[in-house]
Design a protein around this ligand. Sequence first.
Ligand code: PHE
Length: 342
Amino acid sequence: MGIREDLEKIGQDLQTELGKVADTQALEQLKVHLLGKKGSLTALLRGMGSVAPEDRPKMGQIINERRAEMQEALESKMRELSLAEKERRLKKEALDITEPRDIPEIGAVHPTQAVLREVLDCFIGLGFDVVEGPEVELDHYNFELLNLPKNHPARDAQDTFYVDDNIVMRTHTSPVQARVMLSRKPPIRIVCPGRVFRADEIDATHSPVFHQIEGLVIDENVTMGDLKGTLDAFAKKLYGADITTRFRPSFFPFTEPSAEVDLTCFNCRGKGCRMCKGTGYIEVLGCGMVNPRVLEMCGIDPEKYSGFAFGIGLERITLLRYGITDMRLLYEGDLRFLRQFR
Ligand code: PHE
């Protein structure tokens, strides 16, 4: 057989093979069989030695032309196959973004936090700063500076967790008052939210860890009328315009005079119900005019300045706000309860 015939055969074989290859890998191999070092077309070129010298240029030209054609055929097949492969891959990797999935549950602000935010908003609106203090507190701030010296009988009422003789888990947020009075000059207008600790048994109205929001105002000529006005504004902002405050005389060593403050029962709006035990009122905070002795101990001149302080029980007002009857619900993290606040 002559070279021309071989060339013809190689060309036909290639057409047949090209019709069969299914992927780029097989095509790559076909290319090697044809044009590689040991490829059939390469072998053919080597056989040029046997061609008569005068025919060589012509033959060389023919072979080169055919080779170019075959290469072009291979390349166009390659383009076709890789496009098809790419399409297959894209189809396989495609995400159906319309497919319904399990939607992750979205959290919500805990009711206690929600009420805290409302309370802080209210006081910030009245010009108060928000200040925080340590939960592990020196006896000095938690008691001494608040006019509760060692062996003072009122200390017993607080069921204190002692860390050692001089360090306690703060039993109220009032130590923050003392810290602020020592570090700032009047006028002072602050609220201090935070956790407090008392060795109480857990029940529907008690927890060893709970929250208070302390308030303190010190300036010239601050009166009990300012205290009453401030707390009224707070009560109405949180629970509505028909809610009033009721002051009852009380005792705290750090305020004089002192009062316990009730709010119109949010549940029955004053008519009397089970929540307020028929009284129409619910106790929510303690307050009073800052005891001049406390002012003095904290470096503020009681002749020039006066002030008031209050301590709100955050859980108390949260229960009231939502008509919840058991404080434990606020701590247990039961999703059936919490989902209701989304
Ligand atoms: N610290 C008091 C308590 O824990 C509340 C209070 C704060 C009373 C400020 C008067 C003034 O019960």
